[in-house]
Design a protein around this ligand. Structure first.
Ligand SMILES: Nc1ncnc2c1ncn2[C@@H]1O[C@H](COP(=O)(O)OP(=O)(O)OP(=O)(O)O)[C@@H](O)[C@H]1O
Ligand SMILES: [Mg+2]
Length: 374
């Protein structure tokens, strides 16, 4: 077998399942739908492509699936170029946002379908169908038709159907987008469990940053057809590459000014922060500090020691269940509304709108990005 190996950063040999090199899809619009994308997906790993609507996620997934031929660049699966072989000849399972279960077939018949297409020995089919219905926890539902199943159960039939022929690669295009939040979060964990259990290389598309952080080994963030960052979830969260990623993942307060070696200067006011790569002192810049990295207290004494402290007034209190968000204004920075999380439920009545507060952060937590486009 032709296996692609690559020296991973840690020095170990990682086997590469999918590889994209300089892949562009140009539909003739002012900017390409996918612009010069290059990445590798390690065998057995779970990659999420995350980005806003129109950023090129589905187009990229369709090219990997072989439904669309790139304008330029190459994609290989298991070392072989993706070609136009009919879907049932390729070892790729797919689940789409819009379910494509056969309405007149039972759950078991739906799951059996790809096996029949692949001319699996009919004697082996019932056992495989049962195994995969069990895997998605639908034992007992084999004889139901799609309209007799809930949305989440239908999704699980679709997953079983995509996995039953034991593909090398599983492609998921927002299959959970239509589900309610609780079910979606349950299914995210299910996906992860099933993926790890089978060890199938998975590429998942979503615009839900939480889903991406929860389920993935690696995340690619896309915007305007371009890969903005390719990193592990924690790395992406801690060290966004640029303003787009900083704004897309988590909640941050942004402030415009001029970069200095100590942080960012807004008018005559110095705000302590850390310059990211690509920005130099003296350049126009934007500082970003995450809502959970700003501390808030009734007075500066109660705040403890922080590199940067401000006085302000609470303008709004937004209750979100497991946390509160305070919106805080400071006379020193009239153009900025700080968003500050508060997580202790015993203190949820601490501040009301109008309350005078102290707040601040440490220098490493306010990142100063260049303002020019990447
Ligand atoms: N067949 C096509 N012909 C022309 N333009 C297309 C075609 N498919 C997609 N596009 C354009 O390419 C861009 C990327 O589309 P794509 O469907 O990949 O986005 P997406 O990230 O999946 O968005 P969403 O989250 O809304 O599904 C969009 O501007 C879209 O209008
Ligand atoms: Mg899409």
């Amino acid at each position: 077998m032709n296996k692609t190996k690559q020296q991973a950063a840690g020095g170990t040999d990682a086997e590469i399942a999918v590889s994209a090199r300089n892949v562009t899809m140009d539909f003739g619009a002012p900017i390409p739908a996918v612009d010069n994308a290059s990445f590798d997906v390690e065998k057995g790993s779970f990659l999420t492509i995350l980005g806003p609507s129109g950023s090129g996620k589905t187009t990229l997934l369709r090219m990997i699936a072989g439904f669309q031929t790139p304008t330029s660049g190459t994609i290989t699966i298991g070392g072989k170029p993706v070609d136009a072989a009919p879907a049932h000849r390729r070892s790729v399972g797919m689940v789409f946002q819009k379910l494509a279960l056969f309405p007149h077939m039972t759950a078991a018949e739906n799951v059996a379908f790809p096996l029949k297409m692949r001319r699996v020995n009919p004697a082996d089919i019932p056992g495989k169908v049962e195994t995969f219905l069990n895997l998605v926890k639908l034992d007992g539902y084999a004889d139901r038709r799609p309209h007799e199943l809930s949305g989440g159960q239908q999704q699980r039939v679709a997953i079983a159907r995509a996995l039953v022929f034991e593909p090398e690669l599983l492609l998921l295009d927002e299959p959970l987008a239509a589900l309610d939040r609780k079910l979606r979060e349950e299914m995210q964990l299910e996906f992860r469990r099933i993926q790890k259990e089978l060890g199938v290389t998975t590429i998942n598309v979503t615009h839900d940053q939480r889903e991406a952080l929860v389920v993935s080994d690696d995340i690619i963030v896309m915007d305007n057809g371009k890969i903005q960052q390719h990193a592990k979830p924690v790395g992406l969260y801690r060290a966004p590459n640029n303003l787009f990623v900083a704004g897309f993942i988590g909640i941050s307060t942004f402030m415009d000014g001029v970069a200095t070696n100590e942080g960012i200067k807004i008018g005559n006011d110095m705000l302590i922060g850390t310059l990211t790569k690509g920005v130099k002192a003296g350049e126009t810049a934007r500082g970003a500090v995450r809502a959970e990295q700003i501390r808030i207290a009734p007075s500066s004494d109660a705040l403890g020691s922080l590199d940067m402290m401000l006085e302000g007034q609470v303008e709004d209190v937004i209750f979100e269940g497991e946390r509160l968000t305070y919106v805080v204004a400071s006379d020193r920075l009239p153009d900025v509304k700080f968003q500050i999380y508060h997580h202790d439920p015993h203190e949820f009545d601490l501040f009301e709108p109008g309350a005078a507060v102290s707040f601040g952060w440490n220098g490493r937590d306010m990142k100063v990005f260049p303002c020019h486009p990447q």
